[in-house]
Design a binder for this molecule. Structure first.
Ligand SMILES: [Mg+2]
Length: 249
Protein backbone atom coordinates (compact mmCIF):
# COMPACT_ATOMS: atom_id res chain seq x y z
CA UNK A 1 0.00 0.00 0.00
CA UNK A 2 1.37 3.41 -0.99
CA UNK A 3 0.89 6.14 1.64
CA UNK A 4 -0.84 9.32 0.46
CA UNK A 5 1.84 11.80 -0.72
CA UNK A 6 0.78 14.45 1.79
CA UNK A 7 1.49 12.19 4.76
CA UNK A 8 4.63 12.13 6.88
CA UNK A 9 5.56 8.47 7.00
CA UNK A 10 7.32 6.53 9.75
CA UNK A 11 8.22 2.83 9.68
CA UNK A 12 8.44 1.01 13.02
CA UNK A 13 9.71 -2.54 13.10
CA UNK A 14 10.31 -5.51 15.33
CA UNK A 15 13.77 -7.04 14.88
CA UNK A 16 13.94 -10.80 15.64
CA UNK A 17 11.95 -12.75 13.09
CA UNK A 18 11.07 -9.55 11.22
CA UNK A 19 13.96 -7.32 10.13
CA UNK A 20 16.43 -10.02 11.23
CA UNK A 21 16.29 -13.75 10.70
CA UNK A 22 15.10 -15.41 13.89
CA UNK A 23 17.97 -17.90 14.00
CA UNK A 24 21.09 -16.36 12.50
CA UNK A 25 20.17 -12.63 12.41
CA UNK A 26 20.81 -12.49 8.65
CA UNK A 27 19.16 -9.54 6.92
CA UNK A 28 20.62 -9.08 3.42
CA UNK A 29 17.14 -9.07 1.81
CA UNK A 30 16.06 -5.92 3.65
CA UNK A 31 19.06 -3.75 2.76
CA UNK A 32 17.82 -2.54 -0.67
CA UNK A 33 14.45 -1.63 0.87
CA UNK A 34 16.11 0.26 3.72
CA UNK A 35 18.22 2.12 1.17
CA UNK A 36 15.08 3.09 -0.72
CA UNK A 37 13.37 4.30 2.44
CA UNK A 38 16.47 6.32 3.37
CA UNK A 39 16.40 7.98 -0.05
CA UNK A 40 12.78 8.93 0.56
CA UNK A 41 13.70 10.33 3.99
CA UNK A 42 11.49 7.81 5.81
CA UNK A 43 12.90 6.85 9.24
CA UNK A 44 12.91 3.15 10.18
CA UNK A 45 12.68 2.82 13.95
CA UNK A 46 13.50 -0.46 15.71
CA UNK A 47 10.93 -1.42 18.36
CA UNK A 48 12.44 -4.48 19.95
CA UNK A 49 12.74 -6.65 23.02
CA UNK A 50 16.49 -6.37 22.56
CA UNK A 51 18.61 -4.16 24.78
CA UNK A 52 20.15 -0.79 24.00
CA UNK A 53 23.62 -2.41 23.79
CA UNK A 54 22.49 -5.09 21.36
CA UNK A 55 20.93 -2.63 18.92
CA UNK A 56 23.82 -0.15 19.23
CA UNK A 57 26.15 -2.87 17.95
CA UNK A 58 23.81 -4.08 15.22
CA UNK A 59 22.48 -0.86 13.81
CA UNK A 60 25.74 0.08 12.09
CA UNK A 61 25.01 -2.73 9.63
CA UNK A 62 21.86 -0.83 8.67
CA UNK A 63 23.38 2.67 8.75
CA UNK A 64 20.58 3.41 11.18
CA UNK A 65 21.01 6.39 13.49
CA UNK A 66 17.40 7.23 14.31
CA UNK A 67 15.53 6.75 17.60
CA UNK A 68 14.77 3.24 18.82
CA UNK A 69 12.70 1.47 21.44
CA UNK A 70 14.19 -1.20 23.69
CA UNK A 71 13.00 -4.02 25.91
CA UNK A 72 9.41 -4.18 24.76
CA UNK A 73 8.50 -0.54 25.07
CA UNK A 74 10.46 0.13 28.27
CA UNK A 75 12.41 3.09 26.91
CA UNK A 76 12.68 5.26 23.83
CA UNK A 77 16.27 6.19 23.01
CA UNK A 78 16.71 9.38 20.97
CA UNK A 79 19.73 10.49 18.94
CA UNK A 80 19.45 14.10 20.12
CA UNK A 81 17.73 14.29 23.49
CA UNK A 82 17.27 12.47 26.81
CA UNK A 83 15.88 8.96 26.81
CA UNK A 84 12.23 8.60 27.75
CA UNK A 85 11.80 5.83 30.28
CA UNK A 86 8.40 4.20 30.35
CA UNK A 87 9.14 1.53 32.92
CA UNK A 88 10.73 0.52 36.15
CA UNK A 89 14.39 -0.37 36.26
CA UNK A 90 15.86 -3.85 36.27
CA UNK A 91 16.99 -3.30 39.87
CA UNK A 92 13.39 -2.73 40.99
CA UNK A 93 12.30 -5.87 39.11
CA UNK A 94 15.03 -7.92 40.75
CA UNK A 95 13.96 -6.77 44.21
CA UNK A 96 10.56 -8.31 43.48
CA UNK A 97 12.13 -11.48 42.07
CA UNK A 98 14.41 -11.87 45.08
CA UNK A 99 11.37 -11.80 47.32
CA UNK A 100 9.96 -14.78 45.38
CA UNK A 101 13.05 -16.99 45.33
CA UNK A 102 12.08 -19.00 48.39
CA UNK A 103 8.76 -19.92 46.85
CA UNK A 104 9.86 -20.56 43.24
CA UNK A 105 12.98 -22.01 41.64
CA UNK A 106 14.35 -20.02 38.68
CA UNK A 107 17.60 -18.54 37.46
CA UNK A 108 18.01 -15.07 36.03
CA UNK A 109 20.53 -13.38 33.75
CA UNK A 110 21.83 -11.75 36.95
CA UNK A 111 22.95 -15.11 38.29
CA UNK A 112 26.61 -15.67 37.46
CA UNK A 113 26.04 -18.43 34.93
CA UNK A 114 27.08 -16.97 31.60
CA UNK A 115 27.96 -20.40 30.23
CA UNK A 116 24.37 -21.46 30.80
CA UNK A 117 23.19 -18.30 29.09
CA UNK A 118 25.26 -18.99 25.99
CA UNK A 119 23.92 -22.55 25.97
CA UNK A 120 20.33 -21.34 26.23
CA UNK A 121 20.46 -18.62 23.61
CA UNK A 122 22.96 -20.08 21.19
CA UNK A 123 24.49 -16.60 21.06
CA UNK A 124 28.19 -15.98 20.74
CA UNK A 125 29.70 -15.04 24.09
CA UNK A 126 30.09 -11.33 23.34
CA UNK A 127 26.46 -11.18 22.17
CA UNK A 128 25.36 -12.99 25.31
CA UNK A 129 27.11 -10.37 27.43
CA UNK A 130 25.25 -7.61 25.58
CA UNK A 131 21.94 -9.46 25.97
CA UNK A 132 22.57 -9.81 29.68
CA UNK A 133 22.92 -6.01 30.01
CA UNK A 134 19.22 -5.47 30.24
CA UNK A 135 18.02 -2.26 31.90
CA UNK A 136 14.28 -2.78 32.23
CA UNK A 137 13.53 -6.49 32.24
CA UNK A 138 14.83 -9.75 33.63
CA UNK A 139 14.80 -12.98 31.62
CA UNK A 140 14.42 -16.19 33.64
CA UNK A 141 15.26 -19.78 33.01
CA UNK A 142 12.47 -21.67 34.74
CA UNK A 143 13.74 -24.55 36.90
CA UNK A 144 10.60 -25.40 38.83
CA UNK A 145 7.48 -27.44 38.01
CA UNK A 146 5.16 -26.22 35.25
CA UNK A 147 2.27 -25.65 37.70
CA UNK A 148 4.60 -23.48 39.76
CA UNK A 149 5.33 -21.42 36.64
CA UNK A 150 1.60 -20.86 36.26
CA UNK A 151 1.35 -19.69 39.89
CA UNK A 152 4.39 -17.44 39.38
CA UNK A 153 2.78 -15.82 36.33
CA UNK A 154 -0.33 -15.12 38.40
CA UNK A 155 1.68 -13.68 41.28
CA UNK A 156 3.82 -11.26 39.22
CA UNK A 157 0.95 -8.90 38.20
CA UNK A 158 0.06 -8.57 41.91
CA UNK A 159 3.55 -7.11 42.33
CA UNK A 160 2.95 -4.49 39.62
CA UNK A 161 4.95 -6.29 36.95
CA UNK A 162 4.14 -8.51 34.02
CA UNK A 163 5.48 -11.67 32.40
CA UNK A 164 6.16 -12.36 28.78
CA UNK A 165 6.54 -15.90 27.55
CA UNK A 166 8.44 -16.20 24.31
CA UNK A 167 11.50 -17.89 22.93
CA UNK A 168 13.67 -19.63 25.46
CA UNK A 169 13.02 -17.38 28.40
CA UNK A 170 10.28 -16.21 30.65
CA UNK A 171 10.72 -12.45 30.90
CA UNK A 172 9.62 -10.30 33.81
CA UNK A 173 9.15 -6.65 32.98
CA UNK A 174 7.17 -3.57 33.84
CA UNK A 175 3.65 -3.09 32.56
CA UNK A 176 4.58 -1.54 29.26
CA UNK A 177 4.42 -2.64 25.66
CA UNK A 178 5.60 -1.75 22.17
CA UNK A 179 2.40 0.16 21.40
CA UNK A 180 2.89 2.68 24.21
CA UNK A 181 6.20 3.77 22.70
CA UNK A 182 4.37 4.90 19.55
CA UNK A 183 2.70 7.68 21.52
CA UNK A 184 6.15 9.18 21.92
CA UNK A 185 7.52 8.35 18.48
CA UNK A 186 4.66 9.84 16.47
CA UNK A 187 5.02 13.44 17.67
CA UNK A 188 8.82 13.22 17.71
CA UNK A 189 8.81 12.44 13.99
CA UNK A 190 5.67 14.48 13.26
CA UNK A 191 4.36 11.28 11.66
CA UNK A 192 0.75 10.93 10.60
CA UNK A 193 1.12 7.67 8.67
CA UNK A 194 2.85 4.84 10.52
CA UNK A 195 3.66 1.43 9.06
CA UNK A 196 4.56 -1.26 11.61
CA UNK A 197 6.01 -4.71 11.02
CA UNK A 198 6.18 -7.59 13.51
CA UNK A 199 5.84 -11.34 13.90
CA UNK A 200 4.88 -12.09 17.52
CA UNK A 201 2.09 -11.56 20.04
CA UNK A 202 4.16 -8.84 21.73
CA UNK A 203 4.01 -6.85 18.47
CA UNK A 204 0.21 -6.65 18.45
CA UNK A 205 -0.01 -3.53 20.67
CA UNK A 206 2.22 -1.79 18.10
CA UNK A 207 0.38 -3.18 15.06
CA UNK A 208 -2.92 -2.06 16.60
CA UNK A 209 -1.92 1.60 16.71
CA UNK A 210 -0.78 2.25 13.17
CA UNK A 211 -2.26 3.02 9.80
CA UNK A 212 -0.74 -0.07 8.17
CA UNK A 213 0.19 -3.25 10.06
CA UNK A 214 2.33 -5.89 8.43
CA UNK A 215 2.47 -9.33 10.03
CA UNK A 216 5.64 -11.17 9.11
CA UNK A 217 5.08 -14.86 8.62
CA UNK A 218 6.62 -17.37 11.01
CA UNK A 219 5.96 -21.07 11.39
CA UNK A 220 3.76 -20.44 14.43
CA UNK A 221 1.77 -17.25 13.79
CA UNK A 222 -0.28 -18.11 10.70
CA UNK A 223 -3.60 -17.86 12.49
CA UNK A 224 -2.59 -16.35 15.84
CA UNK A 225 -1.68 -12.76 15.11
CA UNK A 226 -4.37 -10.20 14.51
CA UNK A 227 -4.23 -6.44 14.34
CA UNK A 228 -6.79 -3.66 14.54
CA UNK A 229 -4.88 -1.50 12.05
CA UNK A 230 -7.12 -0.19 9.25
CA UNK A 231 -4.93 -2.00 6.74
CA UNK A 232 -3.27 -5.30 7.61
CA UNK A 233 -0.93 -7.26 5.38
CA UNK A 234 0.55 -10.71 5.91
CA UNK A 235 3.89 -11.38 4.32
CA UNK A 236 4.38 -14.45 2.21
CA UNK A 237 8.01 -14.95 3.16
CA UNK A 238 9.49 -15.49 6.62
CA UNK A 239 11.65 -12.97 8.50
CA UNK A 240 13.68 -10.53 6.39
CA UNK A 241 12.44 -11.94 3.08
CA UNK A 242 8.87 -11.28 4.26
CA UNK A 243 9.91 -7.82 5.48
CA UNK A 244 11.30 -6.96 2.07
CA UNK A 245 8.42 -8.64 0.23
CA UNK A 246 7.07 -6.53 -2.64
CA UNK A 247 3.54 -7.31 -1.52
CA UNK A 248 4.34 -5.72 1.86
CA UNK A 249 3.76 -1.99 2.18
MG1 LIG B 1 9.88 -10.88 16.62
Amino acid sequence: MVPPPSKKVLVVTDLDGSLLDHYDYSHSEVLPVLERLATLGIPVVANTSKTRGEWFVMRDRFSNEVAFVVENGSAVIFPDREDELLRSSREEINLVLDSLREEFYFETFQDPRLTGLVEHTGLAEVDAVLASKREFSEPLVWKDLAEQEQRFCEEIPRRGLTTLVGGLFLRVLGTTNKGKALKILRPYYGADFVIALGDSPNDVTMLDRVEVGCIILTTSNTSLLVSKAPHVFRSEGHGPSGWADDSSP
